[in-house]
Design a protein around this ligand. Structure first.
Ligand code: FAD
Length: 444
């Protein structure tokens, strides 16, 4: 693939990318205000150093905890601007900061006066201390669930336990602040705390009640098998068609308020209807595969930023690297670019365990005729007569097919697959001199 200049990005996508960058700046300012306002107001109030330190650690723990809720509250604009991987990463980081601040808060309370140790014992402790102990235990539970997530087989159980413990932690923390009383009585701090409460309630409402009401109803047109374990579910809108940027994902539900799972939209953003290509090995994927024509499906979306249309400064071409069903965002982008007659040079490196798992082969051959597209198939366990590339998608393999080093910074790289695959490819790209800001990822 050469890095020659291609057709410029569609004007709509440039405007969308600029809007996403503006949105991100606004949200970053909002988060800075959420995290820093309570601290600045507390510093302005003044008082003995120990008392300030106690309040500062406690307030930071609370505002960081509220921030974790806002980050995963399904704000489409935020998800489009920052991307789901960044949001989940920031959510985890704020959770860890909050837990660390709680530990610091407890340590400072005890260091300020050893007699405060009694506050940690449940029986003799006053209600404000019991609320704090309850909040700390709930937060410890959230952290433990985060650490052991991969070991818990039942994702729905994990999700509910995580949500309930997090809500318990924030409600008990707020109760602790309320029962202490001092901060709530200060006229400015009262408004700051009220602002945090509003942010929390708005985040919870948007996440839990908004998902049902903003979902758009679709009906199944057909379910097409792509391989033994993968199928494509084609949906038609009941009302307005879904508008999305190619590469974005949505949450699917089989009942308006039922269980939901995220799937990348695989169809062209320029065509009618919408399709999802799904690995049907688990419960939900199997249920999708068995849907008859006409069955309703609710879509909450689109979300995410892994898209050629949402790049702040689109490059002269794109390299797409996908494993297994991680090809779905690439298919949406390739189908869309073909419908728009885009002539940017494109390289698709797709990995699979066996040749039988390389679904979409015929369509990709056809797309190669409509696009300036090169497809490289890499099979991990090839049969003896496999003519193509074999093994892993690693730095030596990528070095052989990427644009020459001088042009590598001029194209965008999209990587999608399991977390292990994405980490490996991102590491290889860094090794080959690809700048971080050109790499866009989605993990399944
Ligand atoms: C942004 C994004 C886009 C995705 N796009 C696709 C796609 O296009 N095609 C595809 O086949 N898969 C996609 N996935 C993965 C898909 O969401 C999970 O495989 C699916 O939820 C599994 O559900 P299950 O009941 O069929 O399988 P299970 O066997 O119950 O789950 C398998 C694993 O999937 C994960 N998972 C389960 N439920 C959820 C959930 N509600 N949210 C997040 N993770 C969950 C858990 O880690 C679980 O261990 C995507 C995931 C994400 C995060």
């Amino acid at each position: 693939m050469g890095a020659r200049p291609g057709r410029p990005a569609a004007p709509g996508s440039v405007a969308a990318a600029a809007g996403a960058a503006r949105t991100l700046r606004r949200w970053l300012a909002g988060f800075a205000a959420l995290l820093l306002a309570p601290l600045l107001v507390r510093l302005a109030i003044g008082g003995p150093a120990w008392a300030q330190l106690v309040d500062l650690t406690g307030l930071f723990a609370l505002s960081a905890l509220v921030g974790t809720f806002v980050l995963v509250s399904r704000l489409r604009m935020l998800s489009r601007a920052a991307g789901i991987t960044t949001l989940i990463g920031a959510h985890r980081a704020l959770g860890v900061f909050s837990a660390a601040s709680v530990l610091a808060h407890v340590a400072v309370v005890v260091a300020a006066d050893r007699r405060n140790l009694v506050l940690l014992g449940w029986v003799d402790a006053p209600p404000r201390a019991r609320a704090a102990v309850g909040a700390t235990l709930a937060l410890a539970g959230v952290v433990a669930l985060g650490v052991y997530r991969s070991r818990l087989r039942d994702y729905e159980l994990w999700r509910w336990a995580h949500a309930l413990l997090a809500v318990a932690a924030v409600v008990l923390s707020a109760l602790h602040v309320w029962l202490i009383g001092g901060l709530v009585q200060h006229p400015v701090m009262r408004w700051v705390l009220a602002g945090m409460a509003v942010a929390l309630v708005a985040a919870l409402l948007n996440r839990w009640y908004g998902a049902g009401s903003r979902s758009s109803e679709h009906v199944v047109r057909e379910v097409r098998p792509e391989s033994d374990t993968v199928c494509t579910v084609v949906l038609d809108p009941v009302g307005r068609p879904l508008r999305f940027a190619p590469g974005q994902f949505a949450w699917l539900r089989l009942a308006r308020r039922g269980e939901e799972h995220p799937f990348t939209i695989a169809s062209s953003a320029a065509g009618p209807g919408v399709s999802f290509t799904v690995r049907s090995t688990g419960d939900f994927g199997t249920a999708l595969r068995g849907l008859p024509p006409g069955a309703p499906v609710w879509i909450d979306g689109p979300y995410g930023s892994c898209s050629v249309d949402l790049l702040p400064q689109p490059g002269a071409g794109a390299v797409m690297v996908a494993a297994g069903v991680g090809i779905t965002p690439m298919m949406s982008m390739l189908r869309t670019l073909a419908d728009r007659r885009d002539r940017r040079p494109l390289l698709l490196v797709r990995a699979a365990g066996e040749p039988g798992e390389l679904f979409f082969r015929a369509e990709l051959a056809q797309l190669s005729g409509r696009l300036d597209l090169t497809v490289l198939e890499v099979v991990r366990r090839p049969p003896p007569d496999w003519p193509g590339a074999a093994g892993s998608v690693d730095a030596p393999l990528l070095a052989a097919v990427l644009p020459p080093p001088a042009h590598r910074a001029g194209v965008d790289y999209f990587v999608c697959g399991s977390p292990g695959f994405v980490d490996g490819v991102v590491g290889s790209l860094a090794e080959l001199g690809v700048p971080e800001h050109r790499v866009h990822t989605e993990q399944f």
